[in-house]
Design a binder for this molecule. Structure first.
Ligand code: SF4
Length: 256
């Protein structure tokens, strides 16, 4: 276990030196009482002073002093303002790419994928990694002429991530709407089949009256707008009784 560093005795006493250096950077009304000192290293000590500036509650002035071997004269290394335990500090910065959530994009916003994004794989090979930008453009042009399609396509990992996300989401079987549905999408006439391996689990709902119209739904999803749903006897509206002719009094008929 590392032993705590003992503050240098000469530097511990150099409160006035630290205070004077601090007053060269801050006005006297911004500096509060001396809060103590900590050893930073051999013959390196930091003196802490309260900060009394409005809006800096819990912040402290930190003045680091040092001295040369066999010297009694303290010199100042740096003067900085640092947050203490009670300080109000900005939340940790999160990069834009990690902050953005589905649905956050507005018209004109761009969100490029990273070069090594594992959700995508090249559709065809450029052959040589050392190709120049012009040569790569030529390969792309030839690939387009040969109808090789997009430069990159969904990787197996990208496909599995999408399938899991869709299955766990609103279009999956765990949605309360699906759990109380009379039948599943697999038997619904409004289900449009997908192509490829995802078609084994998903389709697209094409019922304009359903909540999921235009969205991917799992085959075991479902809703009350299923194409074959019928009202049961109990859900049918009560039939109205026959009209009654009042033969005893005169009806008041509104005249226009
Ligand atoms: S209407 Fe309902 S049951 Fe039919 S496909 Fe759409 S979500 Fe599935």
């Amino acid at each position: 276990m590392a032993t705590a560093l003992k503050p240098d005795a000469t530097l511990t006493k150099a409160v006035e030196v630290a205070h004077a250096a601090l007053l060269e950077q801050a006005s006297p009304d911004q500096v509060g009482e001396h809060l103590g000192c900590v050893a930073e290293g051999e013959r390196v000590v930091t003196h802490l002073f309260a900060c009394t500036m409005p809006g800096y509650r819990g912040w402290r002035w930190s003045v680091t002093v040092t001295r040369a071997t066999r010297q009694k004269q303290a010199t100042v290394d740096e003067v900085v303002l640092i947050p203490g335990d009670e300080a109000i500090v900005a939340p940790q910065w999160v990069p834009y790419r990690e902050r953005i959530q589905p649905g956050d994009l507005s018209p004109g916003d761009l969100l490029p994928v990273e070069d090594g994004d594992p959700r995508l794989v090249p559709t065809y090979s450029f052959g040589d990694d050392d190709l120049t930008a012009d040569e790569r453009a030529q390969v792309k042009a030839v690939a387009t002429e040969l109808y090789l399609g997009r430069v990159r396509t969904l990787s197996l990992e990208g496909r599995d991530l999408a399938a899991q996300r869709w299955y766990d989401g609103e279009g999956g079987p765990d949605n309360p709407l699906a759990q109380s549905a009379p039948a599943s999408c697999t038997s619904c006439g409004f289900l449009v089949r997908l192509a490829g391996s995802l078609s084994e689990m998903f389709g697209v709902c094409a019922n304009g009256s359903a909540n999921d119209d235009g969205k991917v739904v799992s085959l075991d999803h479902g809703c009350g707008a299923h194409s074959e749903v019928q009202f049961g006897k109990q859900q049918l509206p009560e039939p109205l009784p026959e009209h009654v002719f009042d033969t005893l009094t005169i009806d008041e008929i509104e005249r226009f």
